[in-house]
Design a protein around this ligand. Structure first.
Ligand code: SF4
Length: 376
């Protein structure tokens, strides 16, 4: 069988196993990406979550010395919940971003990549492969761009003509020299909707994201959130979709082709108050299967406290007081103190904050208690 025939067979098989789009790229080094990554680091725009070694991010052969091509796959995910529960005054709810709906996409994409590997090995037993999803060293987006899956939008997402940018990406480096596909034309044109809509100005310019200002990144940090960002995250517990939602190429896009990606509304849009007192075991049972749990319970709880403050939910005050007094984590005690200041009344909550101030030893928490007192 020729490589061209094998490519056709693989494309047909990819459809059978629910891969929405597949593209093929050369395994040449990603030299323009190297310049971009170095600039990001120099400017302090990197998130710190990315693979640290730039050489490894740029050279596919460091992961598979026999590399001759890279396969990029895309799977479209839903953007609208079928029966979203209402966030009411009595029961306020938070939101996980769409990329965290349903089962953790790393597992879903790895499952499909493993199926592709098994298929390839059946046809070419000596084939060598290396699969990567998100946490791999290569940039999924750079591979997808080169493989003609979509163009790289000004919002930094890969925009496919068929599914918009609501797609998960995965890569498979192979030792088979598949004919590469053509990259797509960038169709952003003069549009700047994503740049204009970003509430923190994190898109410094077209295609350049300052992760340190990006609300999606900030929801995943573990320390105290700066005050200016607390005001902005609203009820977002994890991630941020605005720069995708405003994109004209995502208008009306809502694919429900994969049952694994269907959100459980009670997980994707959970009640806020019960989150604050959840044990590690309960958190793992409820949220352990979603992508948004990867940083553990603390950032989600911190964001839930901020969300309750955003709603000025008076019913949260007893729990927040309990956290301020007894939680061992300074970020949770401090954020609770700030939230009490936001929500409470001077007559009733001043005594709570003053009494905590007497007991507290942590400088950062004391600072938050003072902020809470100022807010009352
Ligand atoms: S919103 Fe406009 S500029 Fe931004 S990615 Fe979409 S098309 Fe491109």
């Amino acid at each position: 069988m020729t490589n061209a025939q094998l490519k056709e067979k693989l494309i047909a098989y990819s459809k059978e196993i629910g891969i929405d789009k597949i593209g093929f790229a050369s395994s040449d080094p990603f030299l323009s990406l190297k310049d971009r990554l170095e600039t990001q680091q120099e400017l302090g725009y990197a998130s710190g979550f990315e693979h640290r070694n730039i050489e490894e991010r740029v050279h596919p052969k460091t992961h598979l010395p026999e590399a001759r091509s890279i396969i990029s796959i895309a799977m479209a995910y839903p953007t609208r919940m079928k029966h979203p529960p209402k966030s009411t005054k009595e029961e306020r709810r938070g939101m996980f971003s769409r990329s965290s709906w349903g089962k953790d996409y790393h597992h879903v994409l790895n499952d499909r990549l493993n199926k592709l590997i098994a298929f390839l090995k059946q046809e070419v037993p000596e084939a060598k492969t290396k699969a990567m999803v998100d946490t791999g060293a290569l940039s999924d987006r750079a591979v997808a761009e080169r493989a003609g899956i979509g163009w790289s939008g000004k919002n930094t997402f890969i925009i496919t003509p068929e599914f918009g940018s609501f797609v998960y990406l995965g890569d498979l480096i192979t030792s088979i020299p598949f004919e590469p596909d053509e990259p797509l034309t960038d169709l952003c044109g003069s549009c700047t909707k994503c740049i204009d809509a970003c509430p923190t100005g994190a898109l410094e310019q077209a295609g350049q994201l300052n992760a340190q200002k990006c609300l999606s990144f900030l929801t995943q940090t573990k320390g105290f959130l700066d005050d200016e960002y607390r005001e902005k995250i609203g009820n977002h517990l994890y991630g941020w979709d605005t720069c995708q939602l405003v994109c004209p190429y995502n208008k009306g896009v809502d694919f429900h082709s994969h049952t694994e990606m269907e959100p459980d509304p009670e997980v994707a849009k959970p009640k806020l108050l019960p989150l604050l007192t959840m044990s590690n075991r309960e958190f793992k049972d409820r949220f352990g299967d979603i992508a948004g749990a990867w940083r553990g319970k603390k950032p989600i709880q911190r964001n839930a406290i901020i969300a309750l403050a955003h709603f000025r939910d008076q019913s949260a005050l007893p729990t927040l007081t309990e956290l301020l007094k007894n939680d061992p984590r300074p970020v949770i005690r401090g954020t609770a103190a700030w939230a009490i200041g936001k929500i409470g009344e001077k007559e009733s909550e001043e005594a709570v904050l003053l009494s905590a101030k007497k007991e507290e030893k942590d400088e950062d928490v004391l600072n938050e208690i003072n902020k809470g007192l100022d807010l009352l």
